[in-house]
Design a protein around this ligand. Sequence first.
Ligand code: HSE
Length: 402
Amino acid sequence: MISIAVLGYGTVGSGVVEVIEKNKEVIDKRAGKKIRVKYILDLRDFPGDPYADRVVHDINVILQDPEVTIICETMGGNEPAFTYSMQALKAGKSVCTSNKELVANHGAELIRTAKENYCNYLFEASVGGGIPIIRPLNAALTAERIELISGILNGTTNYILTRMDQEGCDFETSLKEAQEKGYAERNPEADVEGYDACRKIAILASLMTGKTVRYEEIYTEGITKITREDFLYAHKMNLFIKLLASVREADGGYYAMVAPFLIGENSPLHSVNDVFNAIFIRGNTLGDSMYYGRGAGKLPTASAVVSDVIDCAKHGRTHIVCLWDEEKLPLCSIDGAYRRFFVRAQKGCEAKARELFGEIELVDAGLENEFGFVTAALTEKEFAEKSGQLSGFISRIRVEEA
Ligand code: HSE
């Protein structure tokens, strides 16, 4: 029998307990041992809960119990999650987490500590909720040189953009709806400003490169400036607006970015709607592959945590190799990134747009005072310089090349 502890009895933590109870037969069979929840650490008590008798308030009870060999950290945030995880690993207890913030901040250090103490630090649930992506990157795709990872990594913003696209709603109305349905947090900043997707792509970029990609260095733009009018143009061009988080190998380095993009039907990400997430990966010999599913939610995320618990149970004190070094990887400046841009501008400056950008494709969405155009490919730096000289400039969205 394996005794585990769950740190944090919130949405994901209670989901972990639920998945273990619901699927116990198959889980015990696949783990090769019976898995039972011995402790739940939380500040609160849960009178009436079937697991109320397992709730403890002191981490030391768990750390000092030799029977507990696996810990699920579903607290979220940096502290005390970091301290508790380090203490657990140093005591030789494996840790399975859904905490993307902690993984993005300290992933390499936690993995090294696990290795030094003959146990594991696994984080399948930290990116893409229930979508298996960390294990594929560490196992099934290890023969590949990964050239590109591009994903829809945030369910809340994908839901908002889908409503704006399909129902013609504006941003505020769609956000309110997402909050009413429980998708968006009451403070939705981390989702709508792209910070959540940024942490997730930082984790994937680190696994792709084997070094640490700091999320603070990833250019990040959210969806708060996307309007109903943008979708009128997108429909005219038969394109879709998606918040993409991507990392790409190019020019002898790596470019990473989170921003809204216009994508076409040739992109497999175009039909990923509502709260679903998807991650597109291009390997040098495999070619293209994609991973799709529920990127958030209690049970999908909990299922990923429990899959890590099973992996830990199967491996005991054998460390599962995960190549993620603490050495920081400097990213290429996005100034040099090369792509087309869609621009909205006030009527009357078509000639100036041509003078600045050369050949452009005009787009008429039937709006009274403005027009749209798509540039030829140019660098971000060139685009910023030229658009700064266009007096009627309204806004721009990047165009994703397939
Ligand atoms: N707020 C996140 C999302 C939850 O909407 O995708 C999962 O990290």
